[in-house]
Design a protein around this ligand. Structure first.
Ligand code: FAD
Length: 386
C-alpha cells in the first residue's frame, strides 16, 4: 500500500464501509489500508491534502462565521457531558426541531467498555447517555453503507472524520443529501489500545470493568472505571490525559493539520479558565465550551438553539488571544507544522501532502521554537521513534 496513505491513515472506516479498501489492524489497535483504490483514497483521506482546498490559511483558528462561549442550559447535561454539553445540546435540538431524523456518532461498546463503537441516536435521552469524550480509537464512518437514504442525519465526529466525510460528499452528492450537518470538536489525538490498558492498570483496577468514562460528570471530571464487583477507581484529568493517554496517540495525530474541526459546520472545544500565568486551570468548575460556527448553516443553528433557550451563549471577542493559552497544543501543532514537514523531508520520510500555505501558520512562532521542533523531529526520526 502507498506509504503516505498507510502511515497517515486516520482509521475513520469510510473506505472499507464503501468497498474502496481493506483495512488491517496494527499492534496498537489502529486501522490502516492494506490494499485499496489509491486514487480515490488520495481524494478523500486527510493525508492526501484535499482538505487544504477549503482551509483559511490566513487564520490559525480556521475559517469562522462566529465564535462564542457556550454551555447547555440543562444543568444535568452540562454536568455529565465532556465540557459544557454544547454538542449534545445542539444534536438534541436538531432532533427536536426535525431538522434531522438521527445523529450518527459514537459511544462505549456494551460488550467492552474500553472500546468505542459507532451508533445512531434518535432521542435526547440516548444522546445524553452517550455524551462525553471517549479517548479511545473510534471508526465513526464505518456504518455509512447502513444509512437509510430516505432519512436525514447529522454527524458528530473527530475533525479528521468530518474531513473524510466532506471530501467524499463532494464526489458523492447523494450522501450530502443524507448527512446534512456536521459537528466536531478540537482533537489532540487518539490514544492507542496500549494506552487504555495502561490507564486501567494505573488506576488500580483488579477486576472486570463494567463501565469506563474518560472525563465528564464535572469539568473536566475524572477518568472513572466501575467494576462488576461495584468497586470504583478514579484518576484526575491531568494525569489520565496528560501522563498516559495523550502520550500514546496515533501517528497521524502528531502531524494533523486540522485538530480544530475546520471542515465542520460547528466545532467545540474546552474554554478552560486561565491561571494568573496563562496556563489552563484544570480545577473542577461548571463546564464551558468555546464554539466555532464554521459555516452559515452552523451559525444559523447556533442562533436558533440559543434563541430557543437550550444553549447559553456569550461573546468571545478576544478568542484569538485567549485560545493561544487555553488550547496551547492546538496552536503549537498548527504553527510548527512547516518545521515538522521540513524535518521529515530532510530525513526522506513520507509526509501528508499538505499545501505549502502551511508556512503562513508559523507567523506567531519564534525562530527558536521552529528550530527546536525541526531538531526534535529529526532526533525522533533518527531514534526510530517516528
Ligand atoms: C480524542 C479526543 C481528543 C480531544 N482533544 C481535545 C483538545 O485538544 N482540546 C479540547 O478542547 N478538547 C478536546 N477534546 C474534548 C472535546 O473538546 C469536547 O468533547 C468538546 O469540547 C465538546 O464538548 P461537549 O461537552 O460539547 O461534548 P459532549 O456534549 O459531551 O459530546 C461529545 C460528542 O463527541 C462524540 N465523541 C466522543 N468521543 C469520540 C471519539 N473518540 N470519536 C468520535 N466522536 C467522539 C460523542 O459521541 C458525543 O456525541 C477531545 C476529545 C476527544 C474524544
Amino acid at each position: 500500500m502507498d506509504k503516505v496513505l498507510h502511515d497517515y491513515c486516520v482509521g475513520c472506516g469510510l473506505c472499507q464501509s464503501l468497498g474502496m479498501a481493506e483495512l488491517a489492524k496494527d499492534g496498537k489497535g489502529y486501522l490502516s489500508p492494506a490494499s485499496g483504490d489509491r486514487k480515490r483514497l488520495y481524494d478523500i483521506c486527510p493525508a492526501g491534502g484535499s482538505q487544504c482546498r477549503d482551509m483559511d490559511f490566513g487564520q490559525i483558528w480556521g475559517k469562522t462565521e462566529a465564535v462564542f462561549y457556550a454551555y447547555s442550559s440543562d444543568s444535568e447535561l452540562r454536568r455529565r457531558a465532556s465540557s459544557g454539553g454544547t454538542l449534545t445540546e445542539i444534536a438534541a435540538f436538531l432532533l427536536e426541531t426535525h431538522k434531522v431524523d438521527a445523529i450518527l456518532h459514537t459511544c462505549a461498546s456494551d460488550d467492552d467498555p474500553t472500546k468505542t463503537v459507532v451508533c445512531l441516536s434518535t432521542t435526547r435521552d440516548e444522546l445524553i447517555d452517550r455524551s462525553g469524550s471517549r479517548y479511545a480509537i473510534s471508526h465513526p464512518l464505518s456504518m455509512l453503507a447502513d444509512l437509510d437514504d430516505k432519512k436525514k442525519y447529522a454527524f458528530i465526529g473527530k475533525p479528521c472524520d468530518v474531513t473524510v466525510l466532506r471530501n467524499y460528499q463532494r464526489v458523492n452528492p447523494d450522501l450530502a443529501r443524507i448527512i446534512t450537518i456536521t459537528l466536531s470538536f478540537f482533537c489532540a489525538g487518539l490514544p492507542s489500545e496500549d494506552a487504555q490498558e495502561k490507564l486501567i492498570r494505573e488506576m488500580g483496577c483488579d477486576g472486570k470493568i463494567k463501565s469506563l468514562r474518560y472525563r465528564g460528570d464535572g469539568w473536566p471530571g475524572y477518568a472513572t472505571a466501575t467494576q462488576y464487583d461495584g468497586k470504583v477507581f478514579r484518576m484526575d484529568y491531568n494525569t489520565s490525559w496528560g501522563q498516559i493517554l495523550g502520550r500514546d496517540i496515533m501517528r497521524m495525530c502528531r502531524f494533523c493539520l486540522d485538530g480544530i474541526g475546520e471542515m465542520a459546520d460547528i466545532s467545540c472545544c474546552d474554554a478552560w479558565y486561565l491561571t494568573h500565568d496563562n496556563k489552563p486551570d484544570f480545577s473542577e468548575a461548571d463546564g464551558r465550551n468555546a464554539v466555532f460556527c464554521r459555516s452559515k448553516q452552523g451559525w444559523q443553528i447556533l442562533k436558533e438553539c440559543s434563541q430557543a433557550g437550550n444553549l447559553v451563549i456569550s461573546e468571545f471577542p478576544d478568542y484569538e488571544e485567549k485560545l493561544k493559552y487555553m488550547q496551547f497544543y492546538q496552536h503549537d501543532r498548527r504553527a510548527t507544522m512547516f518545521a515538522k514537514y521540513l524535518a521529515m523531508k530532510i530525513c526522506f520520510k513520507p509526509f501528508p501532502k499538505y499545501s505549502i500555505k502551511i508556512l503562513k501558520y508559523q507567523r506567531g512562532v519564534s525562530l527558536m521554537r521552529r528550530l527546536r521542533i525541526l531538531k526534535g523531529t529529526i532526533g525522533r526520526v533518527l531514534k526510530g521513534k517516528i
